[in-house]
Design a protein. Structure first.
Length: 159
């Protein structure tokens, strides 16, 4: 596993960590870049944001270019070729988010929002910001009710 912060100032005292499983070539990940920038900026005091790149094609150069393209300066990059993080949380698609507390207790796992109705099919109308709602709930010391919405995106390929 390769860890790279890219010089960003991270808050080591964050109460929560959001692991966002990403793939540089996934259209859903690319579409949600602006949303992830907004969320990381808005909640950086309380949530550490980590972009996890589990695909074999990913490397630090490609992931850093993705980070720069979408201005995800508050994200730490983790190249997870050995699948330590991916397997720990049973992540299956990109983008998928796992929100854990400081004890690694799962608070939320699912989609960032419902902008996609199915792979390759955008949803029209009002978007539900599932990750933002989950962050707001955990910061208010509330439980994020289940069932958590399934993420839609590109499958994480097996080794």
């Amino acid at each position: 596993m390769i860890l790279y912060s890219g010089g960003s100032m991270l808050h080591s005292q964050s109460e929560y960590t959001a692991y966002v499983f990403m793939a540089e070539e996934c259209p859903v990940c690319n579409y949600l870049g602006k949303t992830l920038k907004r969320l990381s900026t808005q909640y950086s005091e309380d949530v550490k944001f980590v972009a996890v790149f589990p695909q074999r094609i990913s490397n630090i150069k490609r992931a850093s270019l993705f980070k720069k393209k979408y201005d995800l300066s508050l994200f730490t990059i983790e190249i997870d070729h050995d699948r330590v993080i991916t397997d720990r949380y049973n992540a299956t698609v990109t983008p998928e988010v796992v929100l854990v507390d400081e004890h690694d207790e799962l608070a939320y796992q699912g989609r960032i929002n419902n902008s996609y109705a199915a792979p390759g099919r955008m949803r029209h109308g009002k978007v539900t910001e599932d990750l933002e709602i989950a962050i707001q709930k955990v910061l208010a010391k509330q439980v994020v009710p289940k069932p958590w919405p399934e993420p839609i995106g590109c499958y994480i390929t097996k080794r």
